[in-house]
Design a binder for this molecule. Structure first.
Ligand SMILES: N[C@@H](CCC(=O)N[C@@H](CS)C(=O)NCC(=O)O)C(=O)O
Length: 212
């Protein structure tokens, strides 16, 4: 048994990001998917009931970017954060912007509608999806501008890229997301480079089929 455990189901984008942090850093970890988000045991790890939660020995933590920074500081291995202050600030900016703006549009308004709602027997809200597409186009355009021909925060992948990649994986699996990414070649090229890394394959969840 490893001293590091990540709690949460593998399909979750944030759980996947936490796993990628470990894979990229070379940290062995267990993935515990058997959690009851409303139970007392999980509540002790994550009082807000979200996923993922994290344990290292007797130290526990929640919030994906805090988990990433902790892993980067505590373990030997390749840096997950830039050393240059401006690039570090760009990484911080994107960690916040992805969670506050991009997740809302890409995950809640498109990915959940195309993947999760049908899995639960419902009908995707087509109006919500249609209204989300121009917002997604705008956000991916801003992201493409910062990526250029490298990464979100400098010339190496950082925590911000690893929080974005799992979301883009799902976007590529539904027609609206695939179309929006095709309109931003810099995002497609960035994704191709990250998807070629071992950490991507090692954490790839089973992809549900998108409903149309
Ligand atoms: N700020 C949290 C966000 C975690 C989060 O929202 N995770 C999603 C899964 S990807 C979740 O728990 N969703 C369940 C819900 O919204 O009730 C973090 O960075 O870890």
């Amino acid at each position: 048994m490893s001293t590091v455990t990540i709690y949460g189901p593998a399909p979750s984008t944030y759980v996947r990001s936490a796993r990628i942090f470990c894979e990229e850093k070379g940290v062995a970890y267990d993935l515990n998917q058997e959690i009851d988000r409303e139970g007392a045991e999980y509540n002790a790890l994550h009082p807000f009931g979200r996923i993922p939660a994290f344990r290292h020995g007797d130290f526990t933590l929640h919030e994906t970017d805090a988990i990433g920074r902790y892993i980067d500081r505590v373990f030997d291995g390749p840096a997950l954060q830039p050393s240059d202050p401006k690039n570090l600030a760009l990484m911080d900016k994107w960690l916040t912007a992805i969670t506050d703006y991009f997740y809302q549009v890409a995950v809640r308004e498109i990915i959940w509608q195309r993947f999760l709602v049908p899995m639960q027997g419902g009908q995707p809200d087509e109006e919500m999806i249609a209204a989300a597409i121009p917002k997604l186009d705008h956000q991916l355009g801003v992201i493409a501008g910062d990526i250029g021909d490298s990464y979100l925060a400098g010339d190496a992948p950082s925590l911000a890229d690893w929080v974005l990649v799992p979301i883009v994986t799902y976007l590529k699996g539904c027609p609206e997301g695939e179309g929006a990414i095709a309109r931003q070649p810099a995002v497609g090229a960035w994704f191709g480079k990250l998807a070629a890394r071992d950490s991507f394959a090692a954490t790839m969840p089973p992809m549900p089929k998108a409903a149309e």
